[in-house]
Design a protein. Structure first.
Length: 433
């Protein structure tokens, strides 16, 4: 039922996307487009919430179950990492607790995620207009609104990824305003505010900042203060790392390496996977350091896509819901990469694949195996499952990582092309002067 619902909605949004990209949006004034796009997003999110959770009466599932249990523990006076386990940041847990206090239902957490997304969407649209041009900003907005990934991640499951995107948008906004102290504070707050995964975007923002010492100090301040308090209360600050250290998913390079013979259960191999990820991010960081220009905000926004996609491709734990953390930057990168009707169709297919892959993982693999390592679980079921299931699961995962590679290469191409345009414009201005 869940898989069929995802397929129907994904295909429906793909059809709407193909229609929308053919519309002449240039006839709308900027304010009109802002209101129309926000209202459309709000209608989709609120509409699905009302239908699924108020009219049909469904109960949220997925990570929302964990969110609700942790929120109840926090409301009972528990201290995160001491009285109850969690892989999430302390701020988001107590924020969810506040929502549950106001409405004692897991639906309140879904509604909170929707409200955060609706509040941050105009911010991302503003950043797109500042960093790029109006056509790119409008196209990226259409791609975002009609994408099933944020539709299900935020509108249906109510995951905290929309909060992560809001932190990232605010950080870039303050960097644009030359408020590096506030930018550093926001990027630091994002780690306890969502989870430690948000730390992967901090180096790119730090390199882009003009006052790096100020950024670093304010980045560290909320981390030291919040985790210092938890440490004094007896919390085990290593808990989220230990719980996630050996967790693995499908839809990434380590998964395929496991299928090719690497023992994904071996601690040595798991650390090898971690080393590959860290090395890849380090290379990206060095390129960013050598190439970034603090006057080019579009470079930083594209770099968010590069960092995010690199993580998705190389990390052994990379659920497709993590895409929402940098989804608007990804939409901008796609919009700038020689966009066409064919590109829209490919982006829609990517969304469909990324939406159904986690469901296929649990439906066909993890639900029928005692091991939680996807590659080992899949290999143990190959002789039991019908051939079409095994083949389809491999094809879906191969398509997913292929799209990651395509977007990585496409974003790099766009960045280099825009850098060349920027240099030509700078030379022309000098010659004109």
């Amino acid at each position: 039922m869940v898989l069929a619902f995802k397929l129907v909605v994904s295909l429906g949004l793909l059809v709407l996307l193909l229609i929308a990209v053919r519309l002449d949006l240039s006839r709308l004034r900027d304010r009109q487009f802002t209101i129309l796009s926000w209202a459309t997003l709000a209608a989709l999110r609120v509409g699905v919430f009302v239908v699924l959770y108020l009219l049909v009466g469904l109960t949220p599932t997925s990570d929302n179950v964990v969110y609700f249990a942790e929120a109840k523990s926090a409301l009972a006076g528990g201290v995160i990492y001491r009285d109850f386990e969690s892989t999430y940041g302390p701020l988001v847990t107590y924020m969810n607790a506040a929502a549950v206090y106001l409405w004692n239902s897991p639906k309140s957490i879904v509604l909170l995620a929707i409200l955060i997304e609706l509040a941050s969407f105009p911010l991302w649209l503003h950043l797109a207009r500042r960093a790029f041009d109006e056509p790119a900003a409008r196209l990226a907005s259409v791609l975002y609104i009609l994408s099933p990934i944020p539709f299900f991640t935020t509108g249906v499951s109510g995951l905290n990824k929309s909060l992560g995107a809001a932190y990232l948008g605010l950080g870039i906004f303050f960097l644009l305003k030359n408020r590096d102290g506030l930018a550093g504070f926001i990027m630091g707050l994002a780690i306890p505010g969502v989870k430690f995964l948000m730390a992967v975007f901090a180096p790119a923002a730090w390199v882009f900042s003009q006052h790096k010492v100020r950024f670093l100090i304010t980045f560290l301040a909320p981390l030291i203060a919040l985790y210092g308090v938890l440490f004094m209360l007896g919390a085990d600050l290593t808990m989220p790392f230990r719980m996630q250290l050996n967790y693995q998913t499908s839809g990434n390079l380590p998964f395929f390496l496991g299928l090719l013979g690497l023992d994904a259960a071996s601690p040595l191999v798991q650390r090898l996977f971690d080393l590959i990820l860290l090395s890849s991010l380090a290379i990206i960081f060095l390129i960013h350091v050598s190439q970034t220009r603090t006057g080019e905000t579009r470079w930083l926004i594209h770099m968010c896509s590069i960092v995010g996609l690199t993580f998705m491709f190389f990390s052994k734990k990379s659920y497709t819901t993590y895409l929402v953390l940098f989804y608007f930057p990804l939409c901008l990168s796609v919009a700038r990469n020689s966009f066409s009707a064919a590109s829209a169709a490919q982006f829609g297919i990517f969304n469909l694949v990324a939406t159904i892959e986690p469901s296929l993982l649990f439906r066909w693999v993890l639900n029928f195996s005692t091991t939680r390592i996807p590659s080992l679980a899949f290999l143990s079921l190959v002789h039991r499952n019908p051939v079409y299931i095994s083949v389809m699961f491999i094809v879906v995962n191969l398509a997913l990582v292929s799209f990651y590679c395509r977007f990585l290469i496409g974003t790099w191409r766009v960045m280099l092309h825009e850098r060349a345009e920027w240099r030509r414009s700078a030379v022309a201005e000098i010659q004109f002067a």
